[in-house]
Design a protein around this ligand. Structure first.
Ligand code: NAD
Length: 441
């Protein structure tokens, strides 16, 4: 079998990208979401999220009749050989455990809709043992379905999601069942044909843990270089050069060694917390991850204080222009973005905030109050007492710094992503405060 009928339950960042890519592999994919607004938009050819290349990929596969959308889970699941669960697993309010209610609700609905022995694949990031629970739910609701439950965590990055999905470093599949393994080989066959990714078969619990261990490790790596950046500032060293010197060692690697305002987004904050809960429940504390979570939480607000300090410690009545709101470039995702804590710290200290982001404003409006959202980086700078780069969108890399200096009320640039060499900003007449750099004379 090479052509697989797939139902994708949950059409968010992961479900929509995965569904579109699977259909591009030649499979027949129905993307299901209970959010009618999303499905209506998709049926009109409008993307509910911003992800580079996604609109074109969706359109071409819809045209080829391989990709469709529905709110009706039962109709999507009915003929499927494989049903992917790609619903959200946010932090549960109060205790930080992964909220699995969406996963379990989807499992129950799927079980009720099964008409043949499909493979049920958990793509959502779920704590160790969730596959066992999904299997139990399916066995209870549909005891004779013959369904098999597989773990297949997703490693794509927002902003580069399609390339990541089509050329992953690895595909992890957790199952001990040979029929399920074969189904997963069929689904991912295009990747093995062009030798781009080996499938790493493991047990289901191991697969579930791989995802959390990988994300926690990356969070540790970012946080490590952020603390080194703070030390650089104290001792007159340059963190970008430290990173270069460290990263050239291929045991370390240069990725995720860029100091900045702290990690955010829809994955690292919640996944590190959920891993700590699993560790606690199993009496096996993960102290490095605990420290990482604490350091990163403190860092976001500390970045607000860094801006205030750069503005001579007093921002009351002053205006701060913010460039970039999303947790990273090339996405509209605002979940846990450092910009939120930074802006709140500035507002708490009495500053007025004006902000520009190429894609994030719509989501930001629901999360931030009293922010003046503007339509260009220059409007954000106009008459402001400081301009702060929070997210390294490409369009901020080539600003006309002379113009920025002329329209700012105070010529101060706070570059929390180190995208401008200090000397370049100073040539334009700006005072610059960077991350992890020696103090400027
Ligand atoms: P999302 O919030 O963008 O999308 C989830 C979607 O599921 C929503 O549209 C929601 O309406 C839908 N949904 C929930 N319950 C449903 C149900 N019963 N039936 C149909 N639809 C339902 O979430 P996301 O960012 O795509 O993340 C999904 C999962 O993938 C999470 O576990 C996340 O940790 C993991 N993940 C995310 C990323 C990422 O970069 N966003 C990367 C790797 C893994």
């Amino acid at each position: 079998m090479s052509h697989v009928r797939i139902a994708m339950i949950g059409t968010g960042y992961v479900g929509l990208v995965s569904g579109a890519c699977f259909s591009d592999f030649g499979h027949e994919v129905v993307c299901v979401d209970k959010d009618k607004r999303k499905i209506d938009l998709l049926e009109q050819g409008v993307m509910p999220i911003y992800e580079p290349g996604l609109a074109e990929l969706v359109a071409s596969n819809v045209r080829a009749n391989r990709l469709s959308f529905t709110t009706d889970l039962a109709s999507g699941v009915k003929d499927a050989d494989a049903v992917f669960i790609a619903v959200g697993t946010p932090s549960r309010r109060g205790d930080g455990h992964a909220d699995l209610s969406y996963v379990f609700a989807a499992a129950e609905e799927i079980a009720r809709a099964l008409t043949k022995p499909a493979v049920i694949v958990t793509k959502s990031t779920v704590p160790v043992g969730t596959g066992d629970e999904v299997e139990r739910i399916i066995a209870e609701v549909a005891p004779d379905s013959g369904a098999r439950v597989v773990s297949n965590p997703e490693f794509l990055r927002e902003g580069a999601a399609i390339a990541d999905f089509k050329r992953p470093d690895r595909v992890v599949v957790g199952t001990d069942d040979e029929i399920a393994r074969q189904a997963m080989r069929d689904i991912y066959r295009p990747l093995s044909l062009n030798q781009s990714a080996p499938i790493l078969f493991t047990g289901r619990r191991t697969s579930e843990l791989i995802k959390y261990a990988a994300n926690a490790f990356l969070a540790v790596k970012i946080t490590f270089i952020n603390e080194i950046a703070d030390l650089c500032e104290q001792v007159g060293a340059d963190v970008q050069e430290v990173s270069r010197g460290m990263g050239a060692d291929n045991r370390i690697g240069s990725k995720f060694l860029h100091a900045g305002p702290g990690y955010g987004g829809s994955c690292f904050p919640k996944d590190t917390l959920a891993l700590l809960k699993t560790a606690d429940d199993n009496d096996t504390p993960l102290r490095i991850v605990e420290a990482t979570v604490q350091v990163n939480d403190a860092r976001k607000r500390a970045m607000g204080r860094k801006v205030i300090k750069a503005m001579d410690g007093d921002v009351r009545g002053k205006t701060v222009g913010i460039l970039g709101l999303t947790f990273k470039p090339n996405t509209d995702d605002m979940r846990d973005a450092p910009a939120i804590a930074i802006i709140q710290a500035l507002q708490d200290a009495g500053a007025a905030v004006r902000a520009y982001d190429p894609e994030g404003v719509e989501q930001a409006k629901g999360m931030l109050q009293n922010v003046d959202f503007v339509a260009s980086p220059y409007t954000a700078a106009e008459g402001a007492d400081a301009l702060v780069i929070v997210t390294e969108w490409d369009e901020f890399r080539a600003l006309d710094l002379n113009r920025i200096r002329q329209i700012l009320r105070q010529p101060l640039l706070v570059d929390l992503r180190n995208i401008y060499p200090p000397a370049e900003a100073e040539r334009a007449g700006l005072r610059i405060v960077s991350i992890g750099k020696p103090a400027r004379k």
